[in-house]
Design a protein around this ligand. Structure first.
Ligand code: GDG
Length: 485
């Protein structure tokens, strides 16, 4: 524990730091830029107003030449890097997090691998994150742990620092017990999570799955979204598990999309695509949970059937490179690229590819422009905690045009009732929804888009952070995004 009167009142613990490395300045010091993504946006105001620290991995192995291991201050936050060796990156991150937990928690779309060495790395790295948080948190601080990579941190932290208020948010689904039960270390994971006071999940069903797992595996009886566990002082402690659906910084996306540069870029993209009647868009990390193959299959069949015309329609698929050192992701890339090649081979003409496949990552401006070009947005995840892309599309459509096709297996489907909901496994149903979206008239687009926008703007990421922190510790929650209220 820090000396009396020292330390930080709010501590976020996440796999990644809030900043990304941006080269080195002329004096050889590391330069940093803010990480993209909603989490940093949502938490920055509370971090700045409340003496906040952020604990996370800087993104390159600790034994790399340019590794950073000393804490530093940046953008009004205190940043605490946690070093991982190259072996730990492999065992903890690529292995246990992305080769075991990710597929297990996404309904075993691919088979999870169970390796005892990966588990040992996961435990060791979670210990390091917990120790770093324990060292910087002030007496009675709030610590908010993020995501499936760090499920053991709550209990480890509580053992070291029973004075803290500990929250945890799971960004991905929590699976039904029948699937979770495969995990050889299921008790340890549940006990790790139960170190928190408040556990946040994307959907109510995820929270229920967690509570059912506690009943089945630990014989704890849930009551009113909570279980009671033994406390260090010999008494009982309540652990609450509830849904707090995450969102985006809707106002920021709206402002970006309205900017003259982005609008001009949207016009240019449409012209570069040959001014087709209909642009259909997909934007995803190249991940097997996102149903990219299902969407291309449906699109290809619509071309085969003559229900879409290759000279009038284009599918733009941005597939952002992701987890490229994990075998399943390499195989997925090969499958998708083969599929794209086949469709273009069958339906393309000289100078015109009907599927524009882009294996790159783009800046936010380009994303906002692409959203405005898209007459139809396709989100066909087989399983997805929330899916922020669906919400970003809505926030970018200030013109109230466009149609969103949305998988019912996303958290976003619970909130976005006016999207066209699909079961991506049902290829015929998916094809019908795409056709319905393509032919949807402007009046219906507007009616649906207005309702979608209302939801996304009222439930933005600032509200998500405020609601969570207010439930964990009302004195802290009141400050989050206060200027936006
Ligand atoms: C996990 C859960 C949950 C993507 N490519 C580029 C780019 N992106 C941005 C998107 C969006 C974010 O990345 C992806 O968020 P998603 O929610 O769609 O999906 P995951 O990465 O799987 O996120 C998910 C989320 O955590 C939050 O809790 O919703 O269910 O799986 O913001 O726009 N951004 C830029 N260039 C790209 O090429 N700038």
């Amino acid at each position: 524990m820090p000396a009396e009167g020292e330390g930080y009142d709010v501590v976020v613990v996440a796999n990644r730091l809030a900043v990304d490395r941006d080269g080195t300045d002329k004096d050889g010091h590391p330069r940093w830029k803010r990480s993209p993504g909603g989490l940093v946006t949502a938490l920055e105001p509370v971090m700045q107003s409340q003496e906040g620290a952020w604990v996370g991995w800087p993104g390159s192995p600790g034994d790399a030449e340019d590794a950073v291991s000393e804490p530093f201050d940046w953008g009004g936050m205190h940043l605490v890097p946690v070093s991982l060796s190259a072996e730990e990156v492999q065992g903890f991150y690529e292995g246990f997090s992305n080769g075991t937990l990710w597929p297990l928690y996404h309904d075993v779309i691919v088979a999870p691998e169970y390796h005892r060495q990966w588990w040992e790395d996961y435990v060791a790295v979670n210990e390091r994150f917990a120790a770093a948080a324990a060292e910087v948190a002030a007496e009675g601080a709030v610590v908010w742990v993020q995501d499936y990579q760090l499920q053991l941190v709550p209990a480890m932290l509580r053992a070291a620092r029973p004075d803290l208020s500990i929250g945890f948010f799971n960004h991905i689904p929590f699976p039904p017990y029948e699937i979770f039960a495969q995990l050889p270390w299921r008790r340890q994971v549940l006990e790790g999570l139960l170190g928190a006071d408040l556990l946040g999940f994307q959907r109510p069903g995820d929270a229920q799955n967690f509570l059912r797992a506690c009943r089945r595996s630990l014989q704890l009886v849930p009551r009113q979204q909570a279980v009671e566990v033994p406390a260090a002082d010999g008494g009982r402690r309540r652990v609450t598990a509830r849904a707090f659906p995450i969102s985006i910084d809707a106002a920021a996306m709206d402002e970006l999309a309205r900017s003259p540069e982005v609008r001009e870029r949207a016009r240019q993209i449409r012209a570069d695509l040959g001014d087709p009647d209909t642009v259909v868009l997909g934007v995803d990390r190249l991940d097997y949970t996102k149903g990219i193959g299902h969407r291309i299959k449906a699109f290809a069949e619509l071309l085969d059937d003559g229900l879409l015309r290759a000279d009038e329609t284009i599918l733009v698929q941005v597939a952002t490179p992701s987890r490229e050192r994990v075998e399943q992701y390499r195989l997925l890339r090969e499958d998708i690229e083969l599929q794209v090649g086949r469709v273009n081979g069958a339906h393309g003409t000289l100078g015109h590819q009907v599927v524009q496949y882009l294996h790159h990552s783009y800046g936010r401006e380009e994303m906002a422009a692409l959203f405005q070009v898209a007459d139809v947005m396709l989100v066909t995840s087989l399983r997805d905690g929330m899916n922020l892309v669906a919400k970003e599309y809505v926030a970018a459509r200030h013109d109230e045009r466009g149609a969103l096709v949305l998988s019912e297996f996303t958290g976003a489907a619970d909130e976005l009732g006016q999207a066209l909901h699909v079961n991506p496994h049902d290829i015929d149903g998916l094809k019908s929804a795409v056709v319905q979206a393509v032919v949807m008239g402007p009046r219906e687009q507007r009616r649906r888009m207005r309702s979608l926008r209302r939801r996304v703007f009222e439930h933005d990421v600032q509200r998500w952070a405020r609601d969570f922190l207010a439930a964990l510790r009302p004195d802290v929650g009141a400050d989050v995004g206060a200027e936006a209220v």
